[in-house]
Design a protein around this ligand. Structure first.
Ligand SMILES: [Zn+2]
Length: 818
């Protein structure tokens, strides 16, 4: 009897310590979940609380910080036994990518709130972890759940703080009320207005960079990215829509159906609406569903209706009220259902994951690349972040598909070449990122259809059907080779890459005066091309510590500097010639707000601050009229929907400013605002409809008819006049990523980059009518107006920050065009 009593007592205390002490999100936060948007720091508090109260089953780690210094968390939830063996489970699981490990646990990674204003996700995550720790803890016996409660804390807090400021009390379900209409600083993006769900492969953002490090330490079996779509859409879950990338295995396809059917069971029981197999495809590799898929996971997107219009409650088109509580219930249900199915299929997930990492017999086995060392180095650094191995080949010749001609060809190799092969752990990802033209099973897709890295990095490349042997490569950041002696007349350095632009930016910020060569020249037996930077002692004689500052900048960027004892050239113009012009220190204004696109603005903002490291002034459209433009010499107009945004008075002001020497960089849709009708020289070609590439639509059939007019992110080979300052540092052709069919006639002069006749995309989809429309059209050009210039950028070299080879055009626009 005594014994029984004791054991009853022990069970009772155990029960108390688990359930009665662990507070639900509502109990912890002090309000019912779904009646408020929880600020990020409160979410962090709740997860920290759980980790403290249930340390045997919850482990919390910080994996980084955002631009605005918010913490990025990962929370591991599993049985006490699994949590105490977490490192062993991880290492055994990773062995499955090699010879095979010894674990049967399912690894499920749940990512919440990648899009800032799709902010139901983080709320749902708190309910999900609580349920996993209490009612559904049986799933955790054989499953490790890794939760990222908020991938994008800056974006989430931007939305939730804004909502808290503007909401009615009690909240107003009338969709006309302000609480359902964010301002211009809106939406899904992070601090720099980048879409983190387009950044998994390119890793331009700090959130992605830090996350991928830990992601690669786990490589889960299942990855879910929780989203929201428009308020009038129901719920979307797997299986995904076509196109599927061809590397996706039968098991990966089938398991999406298994999961979807389990979710449907719960949705059916509740009478909730949902759809599958539509809109959200698995092709573009930089999403939170595709990237994990190409790394062996079942990668999925789940979409709840709601998003930035949702608020705490809103009336939908059919007259129902959609509340935050409903939205939480749906995301909570699919999250738990995902863990349930994974737990039931843990063995199969493990065996299929192993199979995924067995060597695949892809058509192309090795990709061999040649080109500018700075560009090779930039690519190596991306490959390292993805744990993709590379090497350098021996001297010789390789044959195969030639990226520059689109036909079979050959290329000579040296120890400076780069070889990336598919016979490695990340072989599938190598194929996806490098193959010249990804096979498209359906031309209707949610995003761009081409991204091949040799084109994006501007490298010559051959895809070979046999493995090219290579020595293991290392990324030796070029060390500077400087021979700076005080008795030199000038210091000379080349101009070929973004790195060179960063170096120049550093010098200008330090107050060093720099000249540029507009013609090739040779001095003391060495030849230099257009765009070469010339830093003379004479220009900088009053600059304190001139040589130390120069040397420090060269060291920082690994620049080779050639010293010259004379300004007397062997050929070309002497350094004292009026042809060797001083580079004007840019004073940069960038328009924001109003007609500009947040994403297009963000790319420029990020370029200046995080890539070039050069200051800019952000001028909002709301007060732009009151700004004295004479304080600046460059005005950047980001892409957007301008139409005839500028009034006559504003256009006159812009024209006068350019005539006096100002420089406008007009990108994408902003060109329309200043085109031929509006005072400057460029002429738009009339096109009937310009279907946007990135807008999802449920009405695919009508889209199908229009697709012949569309270009959905395809790569075209353009011609380059590299004697033009806008194209210094480039060769005779350039592969551009075209995002739409907007096209402009050639300028009377100053066509630096343009499309010729009879063009077709080298990679990706372009409809037949659209191809005709962009024939013989301008890509990048300069119109001289008085003492100033207007630089037109029809295509976007800063798109998502990943088209590495386009960035020097933008730098040329800042520094070289005069
Ligand atoms: Zn989303």
């Amino acid at each position: 009897m005594k014994k029984i009593l004791l054991s009853f007592f022990a069970t009772f205390t155990f029960f108390v310590s688990v359930s009665a002490q662990l507070k639900s999100p509502s109990e912890f936060l002090g309000y019912e979940l779904g009646t408020q948007f929880t600020r990020h720091h409160e979410v962090v508090d709740y997860y920290e609380y759980l980790a403290k109260e249930a340390p045997d089953r919850v482990r919390l780690t910080l994996y980084g910080k955002t631009n605005e210094r918010r913490p990025l968390l990962l929370v591991y939830v599993s049985s006490a036994e699994n949590i105490s063996n977490l490192e062993t489970i991880r290492l055994e699981h990773l062995k499955d990518t090699q010879e095979g490990g010894n674990t049967s646990k399912a690894i499920v990674w749940l990512s919440y709130n990648v899009h800032g204003n799709e902010s139901v996700s983080t709320e749902a995550s708190m309910k999900t972890i609580y349920e996993l720790l209490t009612a559904k803890s049986q799933y955790l016996e054989n499953t490790v759940v890794i939760m990222d409660p908020c991938i994008n804390p800056d974006g989430r807090d931007r939305y939730s703080n804004w909502y808290n400021q503007f909401k009615n009390t009690p909240f107003q379900i009338d969709p006309n009320s302000k609480e359902h209409h964010e301002g211009w600083w809106n939406g899904r993006s992070n601090h720099y207005m980048f879409d983190l769900n387009r950044d998994w492969a390119w890793l331009t953002q700090v959130e992605s960079q830090q996350r991928l490090k830990v992601y690669n330490e786990w490589l889960p079996h299942v990855h879910v990215d929780f989203h929201e779509q428009g308020v009038d859409n129901p719920y979307y879950f797997a299986p995904a829509a076509e196109p599927y990338h061809e590397v996706i295995t039968d098991f990966q396809r089938d398991f999406q159906i298994t999961l979807g059917k389990n979710h449907a069971k719960y949705f059916d029981a509740n009478g909730w609406f949902y759809f599958t197999k539509e809109v959200f495809d698995l092709f573009y590799p930089s999403y939170g569903d595709t990237y994990p898929t190409y790394n062996g996971a079942i990668g999925m997107t789940y979409e709840q209706g709601g998003s930035g219009r949702g608020g705490l409650g809103v009336i939908t088109q059919i007259g129902d009220t959609l509340t935050l509580k409903d939205r939480i219930a749906h995301h909570f249900t699919t999250g738990i259902s995902t863990v349930e199915v994974s737990s039931q299929n843990a063995e199969r997930l493990n065996s299929e994951f192993k199979k995924f990492y067995e060597n695949q017999n892809f058509k192309y086995k090795s990709y061999i690349l040649n080109g500018d060392k700075d560009k090779i180095d930039a690519l190596k650094s991306l490959l390292e972040k993805h744990k993709i191995e590379y090497g350098s080949p021996s001297n010789g010749t390789v044959k195969g598909f030639d990226y520059s001609t689109g036909k079979n060809g050959s290329m000579s190799t040296s120890s400076n070449s780069l070889v990336v092969s598919t016979n490695q752990t990340k072989g599938t990802l190598v194929k996806v990122l490098f193959e010249p033209n990804a096979k498209l099973s359906d031309s209707l897709t949610y995003d761009i259809t081409a991204w091949s890295l040799p084109y994006a990095y501007g490298l010559d490349a051959i895809a070979s059907t046999s493995v090219v042997s290579a020595n293991a490569g290392t990324n030796t950041m070029a060390s500077s080779n400087i021979n700076i002696t005080a008795d030199s007349y000038a210091y000379i350095t080349d101009w070929n890459s973004l790195k060179d632009a960063k170096f120049l930016a550093e010098l200008l910020k330090s107050g060093i005066r720099v000249r540029k060569a507009d013609h090739p020249f040779s001095v003391e037996g060495q030849s230099f091309d257009r765009g070469t930077l010339i830093i003379t002692k004479g220009d900088n004689q009053y600059k304190d510590n001139f040589l130390e500052v120069l040397k420090a900048a060269a060291d920082k960027y690994g620049k080779n500097i050639t010293s010259s004892t004379t300004g007397f050239v062997d050929s070309g113009k002497d350094f004292g010639s009026s042809s060797i012009k001083m580079i004007t220190e840019p004073k940069i204004a960038v328009l924001s707000g109003g007609p500009t696109s947040t994403l297009r603005f963000g790319e420029i903002w990020h370029f200046f601050e995080q890539q070039l490291h050069y200051p800019l002034t952000v001028i909002d459209d709301a007060y732009a009229d009151r700004v004295d433009l004479d304080d600046y010499n460059i005005l950047v107009l980001p892409g957007g929907r301008y139409g005839n945004h500028f009034k006559e008075k504003q256009l006159n002001k812009l024209q006068q400013w350019v005539k006096k020497g100002g420089k406008i960089i007009a990108m994408g849709g902003s060109i329309d605002a200043i085109d031929g009708e509006n005072g400057f020289g460029i002429q738009k070609r009339e096109v009937e409809n310009d279907p946007s590439t990135n807008v999802p639509s449920l009405h695919k059939n009508s889209e199908r008819e229009r697709i012949k007019d569309a270009i959905t992110g395809a790569i075209f080979k353009t011609k380059v006049d590299n004697t033009h300052p806008l194209a210094y540092g480039y060769g005779k052709d350039y592969f551009t990523l075209k995002l739409g069919n907007a096209s402009y006639d050639y300028l009377k002069s100053g066509n630096a980059v343009y499309l010729g006749k009879n063009i077709k995309p080298f990679s990706g989809f372009a409809g037949s009518e659209a191809q005709k429309k962009v024939m013989e059209s301008l890509i990048f050009g300069v119109e001289n107006v008085g003492s100033g210039q207007v630089i037109y950028m029809v295509d976007n070299p800063l798109f998502r920050g990943f088209w590495e080879n386009g960035k020097l055009f933008f730098a040329n626009a800042l520094f070289m065009v005069d």
